[in-house]
Design a protein around this ligand. Structure first.
Ligand code: SF4
Length: 356
């Protein structure tokens, strides 16, 4: 299966419960950002996520209270860099005790010091390593030499130690798809459990013009659709069709709610129009109907997984053929042994284009 069986069952059970109570909107993922401190300052990352002080982090109690309030079965533990959170073992223990499935979203630089030998592998824990391309591209995006080598080494070591290990790759304007394909090969050689490949969001605070416009996204993700048949990519077929311009979807910003040191971030993971101090204020104040329609200027060119994957699953669930496709897609995990057909010729690498 593309996802662990326990996670698939937990999410299915939760969605069934929500549909029985006829809930129209509910969160399926909590983006839990206990700190806005990072040991990197990646060029595609919003500035507030790596400039915060460690002393301003959320307490473990505040994190767990947010988890209980949101009620989502899965969480992305990110930040900032979550391995810098001093109370990480305590927080993970509290999440696992609540039977939550956790993606520990990390740049992997400190996995050997803060996770291995400290936090044991667990069926609820998924180590999710950020890797935005091969060495030149990833080091350029992370603005530091050596980050790619370390991350790749840690992916191999995490697998060797028995952690369920995935990767997360953002595709930028000048990322050639041939490079994404080479990265898939490299990761399959390390027996990685799954890979998320998604378009980046054009943060207002990022000045460099590195993000894709709609046409680039459609073209590149038509190729990602092909790759998903050969590698264990974790974005669903309906979401990839949306990215490839073959399907329209409304946004579901409420499906991925974000708790930060500044409060509950609204309206979505990407836009920080407002931070609410309490869950009730956040959930009841955001004009979800407005943001669903994508009519806001900030939603143009947005194809973010956090906004649209839940809509893709919901759309697939309402159509027998799409639902069957979704089930088969989850059951059939490609081994990477069979290679995809050759792609059309492409553009220069991101790092090369940047003059590195
Ligand atoms: S379309 Fe994108 S930017 Fe707009 S609300 Fe949805 S996730 Fe946020």
């Amino acid at each position: 299966m593309r996802f662990p069986l326990g996670l698939t069952l937990a999410v299915s059970r939760y969605m069934f419960q929500q549909s029985r109570r006829r809930a129209q909107r509910y969160p399926t993922v909590l983006m839990l950002e206990p700190l806005y401190t990072c040991n990197l300052a990646c060029i595609g990352c919003s500035t507030e996520r790596h400039t915060g002080k460690l002393k301003d982090r959320l307490s473990v109690e505040a994190c767990l209270e947010s988890v209980d309030q949101a009620g989502a079965p899965t969480m992305s533990l990110c930040g900032g860099e979550p391995t810098l959170y001093p109370e990480l073992p305590e927080l993970l223990a509290g999440l696992i005790q609540r039977q939550k499935y956790i993606y520990l979203c990390t740049n992997a630089l400190l996995l050997d010091q803060k996770v291995f030998d400290v936090i044991q592998p667990d069926p609820h824990l998924i180590i999710n390593v950020h890797l935005d391309g091969l060495q030149a591209t990833h080091d350029y995006v992370c603005d530091r030499a050596g980050v790619f080598d370390k991350a790749l080494e840690m992916v191999g070591e995490a697998k060797r130690r028995g952690y369920y290990t995935m990767t997360n790759t953002t595709v930028y304007q000048e990322t050639p798809m041939s490079e994404v394909e080479e990265l898939c090969e490299l990761l399959m050689a390390r027996n990685v459990d799954g890979m998320l490949i998604s378009p980046g969001y054009q943060y207002a605070s990022v000045e460099r013009d590195i993000f894709m416009k709609q046409q680039d996204i459609h073209r590149k993700f038509a190729r990602v659709m092909t790759l998903s048949k050969y590698y264990p990519l974790t974005a669903t077929p309906a979401f990839l069709e949306f990215c490839a311009g073959q399907r329209q979807l409304n946004c579901a910003p409420y499906s991925t709610v974000t708790r930060t040191p500044l409060g509950w971030k609204a309206p979505c993971y990407l836009i920080d129009d407002h931070y609410y101090p309490t869950w009730e204020e956040f959930w009841n104040s955001v004009d979800w109907a407005y943001w669903e329609t994508r009519q806001d200027d900030k939603c143009q060119n947005c194809y973010m997984h956090s906004g649209f994957e839940a809509s893709a699953v919901k759309a697939a669930s309402g159509n027998f053929k799409d639902f069957l496709n979704l089930m088969l897609w989850n059951l059939r995990k490609p081994s990477g042994q069979v290679k995809p057909p050759a792609a059309p010729p492409e553009e220069p690498q991101l790092a090369a284009a940047a003059g590195d």
